[in-house]
Write a protein that binds this ligand. Structure first.
Ligand code: DP6
Length: 325
């Protein structure tokens, strides 16, 4: 029996990835930059055993099937091929936050799975190799291998080994991401499907590809110089532009709920009042607000008062993946 456990943390992109240049290798068409979040953890154990007849995946105590299981098994297959292993696996995974609702559970999920599966299979992978392995399953997962602030470049043609890399450590900058949870339902259109639909049908998609690298460069510069308004303004433009692509797809993809707009307005009102707070939304209705640590309480209070906001969680930058036997 070969077993290992890994803990990975979700990340939220400050400059968004939306769109692929290669679906088979899962290469992003734009660069992205994220913050790995403390506390938003996926804890995964992988066990390979010759007595198992097939791969099983238990997610938050329930047997997973369908697309989720298929994607996990594809990752296990890649690990088995690298390790020359034929044994089936049991995967047990738990999230400390809602799954598949735009809280980036696939980022921590595939990062933890890549790390636990490769260690269980006896592979000795560098973080960069783990990141490339996780990226093939879900590009945002490549970023969760690392802690703090992390970038994933856009993929060049045939770039099998594309991996994320750290931009700055978790303690580089004392900022917070305040997460306003608006629903605990699973999202209707997954990001993989959503970005493909945008690529095929949104009239704004080409323009998104042109503009996104500039926002990513600004976000990177702002992180390095700890300049919140520089990061925040580029971050909001990046998220609004990707949502514009999603909304103008056919059929349209609208991830927002009334509470999303309410929270966005609350952030802009805070800003009018002199608090540096900036919003970002992923493929779901939640709003994540970037602010200085000293303003996190004020931002949380404003979000808690917003109609439809069910919970508010304050996160700081977290560590990269950790692997245990
Ligand atoms: C909106 O990484 O979930 O959260 O590579 O198809 O698995 P796949 O997509 P995924 O997309 C994340 C999209 C996003 C923005 C981001 O995290 O950069």
């Amino acid at each position: 029996m070969k077993t290992a456990r890994a803990i990975a943390r979700a990340n939220i992109a400050l400059a968004k990835y939306w769109g692929k240049s290669d679906r088979v290798l899962n290469l992003p068409a734009v660069p992205s930059i994220s913050i790995t979040l403390d506390g938003f953890e996926t804890d995964t154990r992988v066990t390979f055993d010759p007595r198992f007849h097939r791969d099983t995946l238990v997610l938050n105590g329930r047997r997973a099937t369908g697309d989720k299981a298929r994607r996990a098994i594809e990752l296990l297959d890649r690990v088995r091929a690298l390790a020359g292993l034929a044994e089936a696996a049991r995967v047990e995974s738990r999230n400390s936050f809602p799954t598949s609702s735009g809280l980036a559970s696939s980022s921590s999920g595939f990062a933890a799975l890549a790390a636990a599966a490769s260690r269980a299979a006896g592979l000795r992978c560098t973080d960069s190799k783990l990141s490339a392995l996780a990226r093939q399953s879900s590009a945002s997962a490549a970023r969760s291998i690392f802690g703090g602030f992390v970038e994933l470049k856009k993929g060049r043609k045939g770039e099998h080994a594309l991996a994320a890399r750290p931009v700055a450590s978790p303690d580089h900058w004392n900022i917070r991401l305040v997460v306003a949870v608006t629903t605990d339902k699973e999202k209707e259109v997954g990001s993989t499907e959503g970005m493909e639909r945008s690529r095929k049908t949104s009239p704004y998609y080409e323009r998104w590809l042109e503009e996104a690298p500039t926002w990513a460069a600004t976000v990177r510069r702002g992180i390095r110089s700890r300049n919140l308004s520089l990061v925040g303004e580029a971050m909001e433009r990046s998220t609004l532009a990707f949502h514009a692509c999603a909304m103008t797809s056919s059929p349209p993809i609208v991830y927002w709920r009334p509470a999303t707009l309410g929270a966005l307005r609350a952030v802009w009102t805070l800003r009018d009042g002199g608090t540096a707070a900036y919003a970002t939304m992923d493929a779901g209705p939640h709003v994540k607000v970037l602010c200085h640590a000293r303003d996190a309480r004020r931002v949380s209070q404003a979000l808690r008062r917003t109609d439809g906001v069910r919970a508010v969680v304050v996160a700081k930058a977290g560590r990269g993946v950790e692997v245990y036997r």
